[in-house]
Design a protein around this ligand. Structure first.
Ligand code: ATP
Ligand code: MG
Length: 463
């Protein structure tokens, strides 16, 4: 886990011995004889762990520790020295030192300390992921004012608290199915157990079965070890099967079996292993039609559709679209540290009247783009790029306008300068946009910042 370690010590011998030992464990090691060099280097590339001598010739190890932690509060630092006074230990602990080692360093002890630090780092990262997921899975993060959504939310909250253990979420793309699946978990009595999510369309069908059910050692050529499947891992918690409409017909039967028997059988295994899960499935597809076409199993559908949450499309949510637009505007201004005052009346009108076929996700993307690269003080209609979205859709494919220019030229045998070519294109875009950087950036699909950077790099004229 720790790939990159700094050793900061003015004694060459210590640097060599520790460096060789850690290098031998497969870690990438950088050594420094002074504190200043280490602090500077950490600004450029953050290590995963620092072994830090307390007595350094330039600034003290404690100062180095303080400066490293000012920039990277979670960076694990292990202090080393010939002898600690209790004052240094207390001081170093206050500054967040992870461990202490006394010289001459016992290498076995160093290995144990490394393992401990690695374990702590891993646990901290897992906690962070968990907290992020939870933050992302509460009802409070789901914005809604409309009657349709309030109804969906209230149904979800009842189901979350109930003992219902099979739930189907339906809704067009981008309506918030995943958000609701998370809320169903994190607002349920199972919230402190695992939430495991699998997207059927993201995993090739031939791998999906062993991902879901696991396998016993030797059950097929590549099964070198026993593997616990994801359904089994969700035991006690929630298993979210996203895009179930994309699941292979044969596998559907195996899922049905799990739902009926509340147990899984690993591939190549002969035992049924009981699992206690809440099973949540989602799809944007019309399963009724798929049943007619014999690509979705009717028996599975019956089993899934006892409790169905239907998420309404954005166009049927009335003023929710404005509520969400303002919410995303605030959020992206905060995330990207941009100040945009709000929407112009015509932008609001356009947001209301546009159909948003990509629902909340499309709205979110339009607003993030507007905040990041289009708008200055106010978001206006043009900044939302709605005409572009519509046009792309009508043409049936994003980026068709590209075909208007020919890319069909030969690279000369003696080569050609991409840099020079870039300069020419940038200059043309600047000229065409009448030297408006934002507009030129948009023409080339670049952010304003990137455009500015490249203009500077090529020393282009600004007017
Ligand atoms: N009511 C809402 N409040 C705040 N954010 C929302 C809301 N609904 C959706 N979002 C956001 O919109 C985006 C799309 O939502 P989500 O991924 O849950 O949709 P989905 O229905 O699973 O889409 P797809 O079918 O394309 O997978 C996410 O970034 C989500 O956080
Ligand atoms: Mg989804």
């Amino acid at each position: 886990m720790n790939h990159h370690v700094y050793i900061v010590d003015d004694e060459r011998e210590v640097r060599l011995t520790l460096g060789e030992f850690l290098g031998g464990l497969g870690l990438e090691v950088h050594t420094f004889a002074t504190g200043r060099e280490a602090v500077d280097a950490a600004l450029v590339e953050v290590p995963d762990l620092v072994l830090l001598d307390v007595n350094l010739p330039d600034i003290s190890g404690l100062q180095v520790l303080a400066q490293l932690h000012a920039a990277h509060p979670n960076l694990p630092c292990v202090m080393i020295t010939g002898g600690f006074t209790s004052k240094t230990v207390v001081e170093a602990m206050k500054l967040g030192a992870s461990e202490f080692l006394i010289k001459p360093i016992n290498l076995e002890q160093l290995r144990l300390v490394l393992e401990k630090v690695q374990r702590e780092t891993r646990e901290r990262l897992q906690m962070e992921v968990l907290q992020q997921q939870q933050g992302n899975g509460r009802f409070s993060t789901i914005m809604s004012e409309s009657v349709a959504m309030k109804r969906a939310l209230s149904a979800t909250s009842k189901v979350a608290a109930s003992s219902a253990n099979v739930v189907l979420i339906r809704g067009e793309t981008g309506t918030g199915k995943e958000l609701f699946a998370r809320a169903l978990h994190f607002e349920s009595p199972r919230a402190d157990q695992s939430f495991i999510e699998v997207n059927c369309s993201a995993i090739p069908p031939q791998l999906l079965e062993s991902e879901l059910f696991g396998h016993e050692k030797g059950s097929f050529t590549d099964a070198k070890e026993r593997k616990i499947g994801l359904i089994e891992r969700a035991h006690g918690g929630t298993f979210f099967l996203d895009e179930i409409g994309d699941m292979d017909f044969n596998l559907q039967a195996k899922i049905l079996r799990v739902l009926e028997e509340r147990a899984v059988r690993r591939v190549g295994g002969d035992r049924m292993i009981p699992v206690d899960i809440r099973f949540v499935a989602a799809t944007h597809k019309n399963l009724d039609e798929m049943i007619q076409q014999h690509v979705f199993r009717e028996d599975l559908y019956f089993r899934l559709s006892v409790i169905v949450l239907d998420l309404p499309p954005l166009r049927e949510r009335g003023e929710d679209v404005i509520l969400l637009a303002n919410y995303f505007l605030k959020r992206f201004c905060r995330e990207h540290a941009h100040i945009v005052k709000g929407f112009t009346p015509s932008a609001l009108e356009a947001i209301r009247s546009y159909g948003w076929p990509g629902n909340v996700r499309e709205l979110r993307n339009a607003i993030e783009r507007a905040v990041l690269i289009e708008a200055d003080d106010w978001v206006d209609v043009d900044h939302l790029g709605l005409w572009r979205r519509r046009a792309n859709r009508e043409q049936g494919q994003e980026g068709q306008s590209r075909q208007r220019i020919g890319y069909d030229f030969e690279i000369p045998e003696d080569g050609f300068s991409l840099e020079e070519f870039e300069k020419v294109i940038l200059a043309r875009a600047m000229k065409k946009s009448r030297y408006n950087v934002s507009r030129a950036a948009r023409m080339l699909g670049l952010s304003r910042e990137t455009m500015r950077y490249r203009i500077k790099k090529h020393e282009l004229q600004l007017d």
